[in-house]
Write a protein that binds this ligand. Structure first.
Ligand code: IPE
Ligand code: IPE
Ligand code: MG
Length: 254
């Protein structure tokens, strides 16, 4: 086991928790990256500094997930409700994807990471959408970690849209109401084709889902920490996975 961990981490100074079982790594980890603003405030900095610093955590955790062999990493970056924030903050947040990708895209390509986006594209500024679509296009054939950004994402809208589509199929006579099954809904969600998250992490001490993956998280293990996103490290990430590995997932059975 120690040999395997050595092989995984090479000469890196980062040591995974001793209890981390490389045979039981969650296939899909979803993270509500929260606390950027409070982190900044606690240091007397503007909220934007927190968002900027949070970008470095995105890089750190993406690379850690990749090294561990996680298959899907979904990061909640902007919710459908975050448009309520002051215009200057929204504008700043909308510039982060292009800044992040202009710095990191080459390394993501090199690491065989596939970039995806989950959310409503039509409301995004052109520059934001352009940067993401370029990254998606350049990494479309990559077969490693899927880095899925939830951007302008809201779970209720996602489910409503799926229900509307099902309604259309019923109206067209292609589907009978009594034949509607879970897969009809799941296949119309923005996560179609992806496994449900095994593990949900939320930083910053908030204990709620904030309209994130309400359908998909039905049987996910949840892990919360008071740590603000900008100071969330690989060690915290390994702690979450270690705790996940201690849980017994019963899915209603015994
Ligand atoms: C998370 O940090 C980032 C986004 C929601 C875009 P916040 O900006 O919510 O930080 P807090 O919760 O105000 O500290
Ligand atoms: C959830 O965080 C959205 C993201 C992390 C992108 P919020 O900070 O928007 O959530 P609430 O408002 O505290 O529920
Ligand atoms: Mg918040």
């Amino acid at each position: 086991m120690f040999q395997r961990l050595r092989a995984l981490f090479g000469k890196a100074t980062i040591k995974p928790s001793q209890t981390l079982d490389t045979e039981n790594i969650p296939q899909h980890i979803a993270i509500i990256m929260d606390g950027n603003g409070r982190w900044a405030k606690s240091r007397g900095l503007p909220r934007m500094a927190g968002h900027h610093s949070g970008m470095k955590t995105v890089k750190r955790i993406t690379m850690a997930a990749d090294r561990l062999g996680v298959k899907f990493l979904t990061l909640y970056a902007f919710s459908t409700e975050n448009w309520k924030r002051p215009k200057a903050e929204v504008e700043f947040l909308m510039k982060l994807p292009q800044e992040f990708l202009s710095i990191e895209l080459n390394e993501l390509i090199e690491k065989n990471v596939q970039v995806r986006m989950m959310g409503y594209k039509s409301d995004l500024p052109d520059h934001t959408l352009h940067a993401i679509e370029e990254a998606m296009h350049k990494t479309a054939n990559n077969t490693g970690l899927v880095l899925n950004f939830a951007l302008n994402y809201g779970s209720r809208s996602e489910m409503l849209e799926a229900v509307r589509q099902i309604g259309q199929s019923v109206k067209a006579g292609d589907l009978q109401p009594e034949d509607i099954e879970e897969t009809h809904l799941a296949d119309r969600l923005l996560t179609a084709g992806m496994p449900d998250p095994d593990l949900l992490i939320r930083t910053s001490g908030e204990l709620r889902l904030s309209n994130f993956m309400l359908w998909q998280l039905a049987y996910s293990e949840m892990w919360f920490t008071d740590v603000y996103w900008p100071e969330f490290t690989e060690e915290h990430f390994y702690d979450a996975i270690t705790e996940y590995q201690r849980r017994a997932r019963r899915y209603g059975g015994l």
